[in-house]
Design a protein around this ligand. Sequence first.
Ligand code: MLC
Ligand code: AMP
Length: 496
Amino acid sequence: MQVAHPPANTLFETLLGEHIAVDAPFLLTPDGAVLGYGALRDQVLAVAADLIKRGVAPGDRVLVQVGKQPSALTLYLGTIAAGAVFVPLNTAYTGAEIAYFLKDAAPRLLVLDAGTTAAADVARAEGVDTVFLDAIAPEKNAAAGFAPVPRGPDDLAAILYTSGTTGRSKGAMLTHDNLLSNARALADLWQWGSDDVLLHALPIFHTHGLFVATNTTLISGAAMYFLPGFDLDQIHEALPEVTTMMGVPTFYTRMLVDPRFNTSTMGHLRLIISGSAPLLTETHRAFEAQTGHAILERYGMTETNMITSNPYVGDRRPGSVGHPLPGVSLRISDPDQQGIGGIEVKGPNVTPGYWQNPEKTAESFTADGFFITGDLGQIGPDGYLSIVGRAKDLVISGGYNIYPKEVEVEIDALPGVLESAVFGVPDADLGEAVAAAVVLTPGTEVGADDIMRALKDRLARYKQPRQILFLPALPRNAMGKVQKNDLRVQATSRST
Ligand code: MLC
Ligand code: AMP
């Protein structure tokens, strides 16, 4: 006979249910403040009750563009406890970009930092209710008798927007179980324990800082040392307090040129993890020589959460992203003679699809249900996966993704521009930097400054080109396809 369980909120119960140690620390900040698990749960429930009072119903989207601060995390968890769907946005997005997300996500509520004007004006024009973060449950006392709204494993917990090849961002839907299954797998694989303190310097509007870091910490009853951003002085000061660290490769290349990061300041850490962009073999080796730590590289994607990881115990191989996580199936499609082909994945970690976009969803899965990552990989004889390139036209700069099409559309719309091509060039700090080749309409005079000025309010700063080449024509192959490799070579030779 089946025992009927009372309905629960899957993610909330697992991360913040009755089992938590209420006195254990969750969040440490540089000002010495400590937020414990019991207080966290009270605050989360207070936020959930307030959201519901504001009309947020189960399944509603709560669109959020706020800076990194502890209350942004309680808003995330409070949205989940309210049965709603958390939709975080990069703080660098301009009003023009926000207008698109407001239309696409059709949120019940937009949450902003106090004083934000551009996004608030856009929301008013769209008729979307807006509230400032500090006005949500300001007292942060748990509402008496409030219970989290029941949500099953397949219900949506979040939508994370990722840019697309067509220049339009698409919202990757993530269920309670997508997030939970991944947090469980990572906490287990990386041997996370309640004594761990994670150095958290990543933004919290992406899967890396929000889910990989935060959910793995919560599910282990561990703590995070929460920095507002990546700052070498703050990182250095935090080191004695922490046991682990996560970051994008730029974190580690920046730490490498600072001798304060060495075996004596870092020897006590038990694990350092990198992801979101390729970690160069030379960075891996140099970091190990300087600090004694073999960085553990893992691979993931917004749509799939984490897919592979190097082992915690065993060979953390430079240039490889390790093995599929337990429960994740991975295959290489159409391998060439060297075994290189498209990486495809299936498992409880993978998105059910894109928000309100069945065509894009259908295109992104194979007939037998594998998600097509757009990354090219090769699996070695011992099962280690290496990412050798991308089938998708994408630039990854400092861990942020930029789809060239989105920038090209904006440049092409400028008066005097005939056409443009946007591509990545190698960059010692960011891995890749955005560059643009621009062809002007004959007889017009447009300079790089004019283009940069025009893009300022249209595109987030990190998407704007760092280098602009003016060319008489774009190099094309016989099929008419722009040869971005040629452009990369031209741009690199001009800047050296
Ligand atoms: C900031 N700028 C960037 C940039 N970050 N430009 C290009 N690419 C970036 N990543 C801009 C700033 O607006 C500023 O513009 C100028 O560059 C200098 O800024 P900075 O002070 O050097 O930047 P900083 O604040 O130090 O930020 C760099 C960074 C940050 C690398 C620390 O970008 C960062 O935290 N990246 C992490 C991104 C991340 O979490 N990705 C995970 C995605 S999830 P100006 O000209 O106005 O001065 C994912 C899946 C997975 O990919 O597997 O994890
Ligand atoms: P996003 O769309 O922002 O989630 O970024 C996902 C993409 O980041 C992947 O499809 C890869 O191209 C890239 N990525 C993530 N982790 C790694 C890694 N360890 N090495 C190389 N590329 C990575």
